[in-house]
Design a protein around this ligand. Structure first.
Ligand code: COA
Length: 259
């Protein structure tokens, strides 16, 4: 099982458990998240939901690239994958319970999406963040862009996406990607404290704030969804996308042509 779902006291934990691949998130793990969130949402004993990666090397090094050839290349499969991701992100963002990401090591691509879907993000000094879609020829999805924009603003969102580089924990803090950075050894006790507070505080006050904030950041209705989907499809069907994922698997630098 590569997504561990466990209730510990009043906390629902979701743990990405694929350490041989730096906790990359495979299809089965993505699919398990909405059901786990629904289970925790329904459970009155659960007062807070927390995400982490197994061990301390990685939160999650993004989606599992070894599956892209099969699951994220055909036109229908790309749309299905994007729908799945939407369901995952909405299941986290729409939860009435406070959600939190505890981050050691690599937090890349889909790992950042999960973290940004959470209400709170705390990381160790070892954390490294990045969204390397442009290094893979990959079309990052709509909801992920929206959340990134809301979190770090236009200028930083463009730099993060265009350069696809990695940022250390202090840089991530300065950009507003995380609420706090701690020495690795202090991260878990700090997060335990935060969780205790979240579990003691009034659930309906927290749920109220979540509802209001989510309503305020809803799309104004002027965003052209068809134009966004066309941009995603153009990228998803490109030769560069094939080149990007093959180059990663073959451990070589990709040669992109814009086709
Ligand atoms: N999908 C599939 N496999 C992945 C992976 C991913 N997202 N990230 C890491 N792995 C695998 C590597 O292929 C490698 O497999 P191998 O042992 O069979 O060769 C293993 O995990 C260890 O990774 P490695 O690259 O050797 O470790 P590293 O410490 O040198 O670098 C990363 C770690 C995370 C920086 C690097 O693996 C990386 O860039 N991963 C891809 C990140 C990415 O692009 N994510 C976005 C996807 S949307």
């Amino acid at each position: 099982m590569s997504l561990l779902v466990e209730k510990r006291g009043a906390v629902g934990w979701l743990v990405f458990n694929q350490p041989a691949k730096k906790n990359a998130i495979n299809d089965a793990m993505w699919r398990d998240i909405p059901a786990a969130m629904a289970q925790f949402d329904r459970d009155d004993e659960v007062r807070c939901v927390a995400f982490r990666g197994a061990g301390t090397e990685a939160f999650a090094a993004g989606a599992d690239i070894s599956e892209f050839e099969k699951k994220r290349s055909e036109r229908g499969a790309v749309a299905e994958y994007d729908d799945l991701l939407d369901r995952v992100l909405h299941s986290i963002q729409g939860s009435p319970k406070p959600t939190l990401a505890m981050i050691y090591g690599y937090c890349l691509g889909g790992g950042v999406e999960i973290a940004l879907a959470c209400d709170l993000r705390y990381c160790g000094a070892s954390a490294q963040f990045g969204i390397p879609a442009a290094k893979l020829g990959l079309a990052y999805n709509i909801e992920g862009h929206k959340r990134l924009l809301e979190t770090v603003g236009h200028a930083r969102a463009r730099e993060i996406m265009f350069l696809g580089r990695r940022y250390n924990a202090d840089e991530a803090f300065a950009m507003g990607l995380v609420q706090r950075v701690l020495p690795d050894a202090e991260l878990e006790p700090y997060v335990d404290d935060v969780i205790n507070t979240l579990c003691e505080n009034a659930p309906l006050s927290i749920a109220n704030t979540k509802t209001i904030l989510e309503e305020f950041v809803k799309s104004s209705g002027t965003a052209d969804a068809a134009r966004m989907r066309a941009a995603i499809e153009r990228c998803a069907k490109s030769a560069d996308y094939i080149e990007g994922r093959r180059a990663f698997m073959e451990k070589r630098k990709p040669r992109f042509t814009g086709k």
